[in-house]
Design a protein around this ligand. Structure first.
Ligand SMILES: Cc1cc2nc3c(=O)[nH]c(=O)nc-3n(C[C@H](O)[C@H](O)[C@H](O)COP(=O)(O)OP(=O)(O)OC[C@H]3O[C@@H](n4cnc5c(N)ncnc54)[C@H](O)[C@@H]3O)c2cc1C
Length: 461
């Protein structure tokens, strides 16, 4: 019997026949994610039903020194969930469900395979808001969202995934279970170990359960789409809105004119405002839309008096709100029109984003004249996105464009990944954002938690 056959036999004994799918029987969807990284050829797909089964499976894979790649909803954009040849994929899809909503603690406990939208709905049913939200909410799951420390549209008000987690249950590479299902906001009893696993893209442990923080449910937000005098005016508008609406700015999304034009043409979305130097989509979290609506409008009028806002459309209905957000969410349609293209997700200190965009635009135009570069992003969180249409589909062209953009990011002391993670796609560029000593410490942590290197090898570091 070969080494692989013995391994599979042991895994079948631990998880049952339905828990282990082998080679050709693995459906194509488990071989890739949304990143476009070529599909892998895993030797098996594991489908555990419980933490005990995850623990048993990892202990066996550890003994056989066989790599394991955790999979959630496979919506990741950095290639981090794609298994390579000879590796084992482990999906959390059979570990799905909300186990508890604790109304006194304002927490929700869910299994790692629970879709984000299911968590949001369960919270809403009990009068709470689970505020972590992004476009892939229907497919992305708790374990994947936390392992990538996902951000999305509400970070400016509620923070990234990290800030929505009070407790985690995690299985280490050798099968050890860490039961850290804390429900309290204050807990300084030693190191905050859960933070190691949030954002580590399945390289340090497998998340099996999470205690998530809930927020009070709010009424429908006040939403406006604004034409703004330019990037610097947009930053002043953000600070004015934060001063006047104290703690209630719920979103602050920026669109440069090229992006706005593309969204209204390729994205087939209505253009509520005409040509302008810059566009901002902002909203205010409200308890009482009547009273808060007046404060929101007064803030916009003050911004107009100061010459920051040139024109504004305030949503009068849910349909208006949806149509404004459709502009910001038109990226999949835009990308399908611009192939071959690259999608960037970077951070730059907010005050310098405008200047950095002009640098990138100038350098890209000088190198490849006439190509589309569409800039937009969650600028309230310093997060810039760029969709860049490549001059051709050669790998060398993509690499040159990536290097050019990431060098500019590095010069502005930014981050090459704001919210999508490193995976395999950005791994070659990590040193442009993190120092040699930081990367060395990451390797030390990896070695301590996963000495045989079986958890998602080749990703992040
Ligand atoms: C349409 C669309 C819009 C998006 N918008 C945003 C956005 O606005 N903001 C944003 O931040 N991101 C966004 N994303 C990307 C985002 O990173 C992913 O949607 C999400 O975080 C990954 O969740 P998933 O369940 O699909 O994980 P997967 O893609 O399956 O896995 C992602 C990573 O997590 C690891 N992993 C999965 N489950 C576990 C587990 N239980 N334990 C340990 N590791 C695990 C995997 O190994 C992999 O490294 C978007 C993606 C899409 C497709």
């Amino acid at each position: 019997m070969t080494h692989t056959n013995t391994l599979i036999d042991r895994l079948v004994q631990a998880l049952g026949k339905e828990g282990v799918i082998v080679a050709d029987a693995i459906e194509p969807r488990y071989r890739k994610d949304w990143s476009g990284v070529p599909p892998g050829e895993p030797i098996a797909l594991l489908r555990p039903r419980s933490t005990e089964e995850v623990s048993a499976a990892l202990a066996i894979c550890h003994e056989f020194n066989t790599p394991v790649v955790a999979q959630g909803g496979l919506t990741g954009l950095a290639g981090a969930a794609v298994p390579a040849a000879g590796q084992i994929a482990l999906t959390l899809e059979r570990m799905s469900g909300v186990e508890e909503v604790d109304c006194a603690a304002a927490t929700l406990t869910a299994l790692a395979g629970t879709p984000i939208q299911v968590v949001q709905e369960a919270a809403r049913d009990q009068g709470f808001l689970f505020a972590l939200d992004w476009g892939a909410r229907g497919s992305a799951v708790v374990g994947g969202g936390l392992s990538t420390n996902a951000g999305g549209n509400r970070v400016i008000r509620y923070g990234m995934a990290r800030e929505h987690v009070l407790g985690l249950e995690v299985v280490l590479a050798d099968g050890t279970v860490l039961p850290m299902l804390n429900k309290m906001q204050k807990n300084n009893s030693g190191y905050d170990l859960k933070q190691l696993f949030i954002g580590s893209e399945g390289t340090l442990g497998i998340i099996t359960r999470a205690v998530l923080r809930l927020q009070p449910q709010s009424a429908a937000p006040c939403t406006a789409l604004c034409s703004v005098a330019g990037f610097d005016a947009a930053v002043k508008l953000l600070r004015l809105a934060q001063r006047r609406l104290v703690g209630a700015v719920g979103a602050f999304e920026a669109m440069w004119p090229d992006y706005y034009r593309a969204a209204t043409s390729y994205g087939k979305v209505r253009a509520p405002l005409g040509e302008a130097p810059f566009y901002v989509l902002t909203d205010m979290v409200t308890a009482d839309p009547g009273v808060d609506g007046e404060r929101f409008q007064a803030m916009l009028e003050e911004a107009m008096d100061q010459g920051l806002v040139l024109d504004a459309a305030i949503a009068q209905s849910e349909a208006d709100t949806a149509s404004f957000w459709a502009l910001r969410d038109a990226t999949p349609e835009i990308m399908s029109h611009l192939s071959p293209m690259l999608a960037f997700d970077v951070s730059i200190p907010i005050g310098r984003i405008g200047e950095a965009v002009e640098r990138m635009r100038g350098e890209l135009e000088a190198r490849w004249p006439g190509q589309d570069g569409l800039y937009f992003g969650h600028i309230g969180d310093s997060n810039l996105h760029l969709i860049y249409s490549l001059a051709d589909d050669r790998e060398s062209t993509a690499l040159e464009a990536e290097t050019l953009v990431y060098r500019v990011v590095s010069e502005y002391r930014g981050a090459i990944s704001a919210e999508h993670g490193i995976g395999t796609l950005k791994r070659p560029f990590l040193s442009l954002s993190r120092s040699a000593s930081e990367i060395a410490l990451m390797r030390t942590l990896k070695q301590a938690l996963d000495p045989c290197g079986i958890l998602n090898p080749g990703k992040v570091i």
